[in-house]
Each structure stands twice: as structure tokens, then as C-alpha cells.
Design a binder for this molecule. Structure first.
Ligand SMILES: Cc1ncc(COP(=O)(O)O)c(C=O)c1O
Length: 461
């Protein structure tokens, strides 16, 4: 539970957000347009964002580590994107036709991700993963798809399985209840047990879809040998291997992690960063697979795999924003990745040391510019998969994130990993570590802390 003192402080600073929220709950289920955007007592409402900052309707400023669901690698509204959008808005926001700027963005992706011999743009990551598994089923003529326990691939119906603890239950109502018959869920980072489960459905298995870093479920990098083992299994058994790089694509390096990890996936899904802050999803892959979605050669309905794209696919605003972003990173890739990955390492090491110095059992996970603190509990000693995350002390994490937000104007979406962008600085990280120490000393996180500072609970909060 968040302390009353912190909640009162937050409420005092967010009167206008409260008014917005009161209206909002009458309009949207839960008052929000994405389930994870709600937190207690109510979320603050944003009306401006620039570089590393979010500004709410009460004029509060937050240093943002949520960064638009981790999409904004160059920060909010970077000038390179503004320039392109400024021009484009005058000349059309949605052509609804083939357009040349989509070629430019696609060529950058193709050049940096060799397996993207053909690709299709759509408007969300959820769509991209839905199309990817449809392609896999279409090519293999098999029905079952395999995902990891806790793996998040968006809200499409096929993949809404084993997402939330306790994982074996249905993910809410509104589905036929039979979707699970065609999904096999395997334990993340446990190759032996995964292979046993795969063996049990091998004959009807169309694909494995996996995130190289379990993102939404707790910022846990996949073991490279685990990924390689799964890929080898796929190749041996004519199953497609799909890397869902909607978070990791262009985040850890320019392009896909597959080359760095020595992987050769059949399909890759992208989103977030490649849209430059505008809505996007991309499914890309090898020609022989993507070609079954080619409506020009596959006139026979029996052979064509409809993978859509939708009204807003390859709209010129997204294409320009995505191109401007990738073009900027491409030209500055050394500087950008060196900087954000280094800041990520400093953050992880600094947080680890701080919590350990104060005797707070934690496990700071992540890679590159992504990080998340997990507070361990008597039920879990280390974090290797989504189950461990579910058994960790989520209440403590919520208190930590809420303290950062309410008292220090540093925003993490409660429970979710942080993403460092190119506009964050070493100063920001130092401040994050400093205020984390203050929060520790306030007693919010630790009941029997070693009192390194004289600050009382009241003074700190
Ligand atoms: C790995 C992964 N795949 C797919 C999605 C779905 O993307 P979108 O929210 O754009 O539908 C997400 C969203 O966070 C994601 O993290």
C-alpha cells in the first residue's frame, strides 16, 4: 500500500488531474485508454511533453523513464521528427495509397535487418504479431503457436494466453475459450522443459514467437543459448521461429539483436521505435514466407494469406517520423547506443549497489538502456522469468515508483521497466540514484533498514 502521506502529497499536486480523471471515468472504462496506464489513486493527465519531460495539467514536470511505452528513443518530439512532420502535415496526413516515403523507411529497415527481405507496415505491434502467426500458420499449414509464459505480444486474441500470473488461467472473458487449444506456453529461459513441451505438440506446431527480452513481464533478457536452442528446434522440425522485437528492435543496437546473437529468425516483428513516436507495427521476414501474403501473384484464395495493414498503414506521418528517427540514429549510431547503453549500465549497477548497501534484497534486471528493479520476497530469491516477477514484492516496487513520481517528479509507469533515451543525461541518472537513496532512507521500502541517514520518515516524505 502506498503511504497516506505520499498519496496526500500526490493529490495536493494534481487537483486538475483529479478533475480530468473524474470526467474520464464517465467516458472510458476505468478512465483510461490502455489498462496499464491506470495507477492509484488516479493517473496524472499529461498535456505536454518535450525531450525527457512530461508536463501534467497541473503544471508538474516529470523526468520520464516510461518514454511512451519505451518507444521514444530520441525523447519526446525531437527536432528531427518535428521538422519532417511540420512539412508533411500540410501535404497530407493520410493518403490511403502507395507512397514513396514508406519505401525510404522500409529500405532503412531492410538494410539493417537482413532477413527483412519483404515487409508489411501496419499500425500497432498487436497487429504485427497477429499477422506474423497467421503467416506461420499459412506457410506450415499447422495450427499451434508457441509462446513463453509471461510473453507479451499485444492484445490480439490468438496471443492472449499465459500473460498474467497465475498464467494457466484464461486472460479474461470475451474469447471463445478454445484459443488456448492452439497455444503452447513454454517456460522462459528453461530449454529442457521447453523442448519437452514442444515435443508434445510438434506435429501441429506452426511457430515459436518470443521476445529477446521479456519486456512487459519484467525486463528479463533471454539467455542467448535458450534462443538458439529454440531456433535450432524450429529448423529441425519445419517450424517458424519468430522474434518479437517490438521493444528490442533498434533499442539495443541499430536493427535487430538477431545478428549479434547469431540467430536467423524466419520473421521479425517491429513497432515502437521504428514509428518515431507515431503508431506503427511491422512484420518482416524471408521472401518465401512473406510472399504468401502477396495479393498480386497469389490470386487463388486458397493460397493467399491476408495480412492486412489497415486504413492507417504506411501513413505519411508515421513513415516520416520513423524515417527521421532511424535516419538520425543511423548517422549517430555510435554516439547514441554508446550513450544510452552506458547510462543503462550505470543505472543498473548504481541501483544494485544502493539496495545491497542498505540490505534491501533486490534484483535489478535489464540490458542496454532498459532496466527494472525487483524487490525479492521470501517466495523468490532471483528473477529469471515472469513467475519470479509475480512472486516478488510488487507492493514495494509500486511504493518505490510512486515515491519517485509524487515526491521527486521522476516518472516510471508503476511496475514497468524504465527506458533511457538519447536526451537523458548522466546528471539524470545521478539524481535518480540520489533520490532512490532518499526514498530508502525514508523507510518507504525497508522496515529494518540500516539507518545511513538521519532523515526521519516524515522529513523524507
Ligand atoms: C514485445 C511486444 N510485442 C507486442 C506489443 C504490442 O504492441 P502495441 O502496443 O503497439 O500493440 C508490445 C507492446 O508493448 C510488446 O512489448
Amino acid at each position: 500500500m502506498i503511504s497516506n502521506i505520499l498519496t496526500d502529497l500526490y493529490k495536493k499536486k494534481t487537483h486538475n488531474s483529479k478533475k480530468c480523471y473524474d470526467k474520464s471515468v464517465k467516458i472510458f472504462p476505468g478512465g483510461i485508454s490502455h489498462n496499464i496506464r491506470f495507477f492509484k489513486p488516479y493517473p496524472f493527465f499529461v498535456n505536454k511533453a518535450k525531450d525527457k519531460h512530461l508536463f501534467d495539467v497541473d503544471g508538474n514536470r516529470y523526468v520520464d523513464y516510461w518514454m511512451g511505452h519505451w518507444a521514444l528513443i530520441l525523447g519526446h518530439s525531437p527536432n528531427v521528427v518535428i521538422k519532417k512532420l511540420d512539412k508533411q502535415i500540410f501535404w497530407g496526413t493520410l493518403y490511403g495509397t502507395a507512397n514513396d516515403i514508406s519505401i525510404k523507411l522500409a529500405e532503412v529497415i531492410q538494410k539493417s535487418i537482413p532477413i527483412s527481405e519483404l515487409l508489411r507496415f501496419c499500425s500497432t505491434g498487436s497487429e504485427a504479431t497477429m499477422y506474423a502467426i497467421r503467416l506461420a500458420r499459412g506457410v506450415t499449414k499447422k495450427r499451434i503457436i508457441c509462446k513463453t509464459i509471461g510473453g507479451w505480444h499485444g492484445f490480439n486474441t490468438d496471443l492472449m494466453q499465459s500473460v498474467n500470473y497465475p498464467f494457466e488461467n484464461d486472460e479474461g472473458v470475451g474469447m471463445t475459450g478454445r484459443e488456448g487449444d492452439f497455444v503452447e506456453s513454454i517456460p522462459f529461459n528453461d530449454l529442457d522443459r521447453s523442448i519437452k513441451l514442444l515435443d508434445s505438440v510438434k506435429d501441429d506446431l506452426a511457430c515459436i514467437i518470443i521476445e529477446p527480452l521479456l519486456g512487459g513481464a519484467g525486463c528479463i533478457p533471454a539467455d542467448v543459448n535458450y534462443l538458439k536452442g529454440l531456433e535450432e528446434y524450429c529448423k529441425r522440425n519445419d517450424i517458424l521461429f519468430i522474434l518479437d522485437e517490438i521493444v528490442t528492435g533498434f533499442r539495443l543496437k541499430f536493427g535487430s539483436v538477431s545478428s549479434q546473437y547469431g540467430l536467423d529468425p524466419d520473421l521479425i516483428t517491429l513497432g515502437k521505435i521504428v514509428g518515431g513516436g507515431l503508431p506503427i507495427g511491422v512484420v518482416c521476414g524471408k521472401k518465401e514466407i512473406m510472399n504468401i501474403a502477396n495479393p498480386v501473384v497469389n490470386r487463388n484464395k486458397q493460397e493467399l494469406c491476408h495480412i492486412g495493414g489497415g486504413t492507417f498503414s504506411s501513413n505519411p506521418l508515421t513513415m516520416n517520423a520513423g524515417y527521421a528517427t532511424l535516419d538520425y540514429i543511423s548517422k549517430n549510431r555510435q554516439t547514441v547506443y554508446n550513450k544510452i547503453n552506458k547510462l543503462g549500465a550505470i543505472t543498473r549497477t548504481g541501483l544494485k549497489k544502493l539496495f545491497s548497501d542498505y540490505g534491501i534484497k533486490s534484483h535489478v534486471t535489464g540490458v542496454g538502456s532498459l532496466f527494472l528493479t525487483h524487490f525479492l520476497s521470501d517466495k523468490v530469491n532471483e528473477i529469471t522469468n515472469a513467475n519470479d516477477v509475480a512472486l516478488s514484492d510488487g507492493g514495494k516496487l509500486a511504493r518505490y515508483h510512486f515515491s519517485l513520481m509524487a515526491k521527486y517528479g521522476i516518472f516510471f509507469l508503476p511496475h514497468k521497466m524504465g527506458a533511457i533515451s538519447n536526451v537523458h543525461t548522466l546528471e539524470d541518472i545521478r539524481r535518480l540514484l540520489d533520490v532512490t537513496e532518499k526514498i530508502i532512507n525514508s523507510g518507504v521500502l525497508h522496515n529494518q533498514m540500516k539507518n545511513k541517514s538521519n532523515m526521519t520518515m516524515k522529513a523524507a516524505i
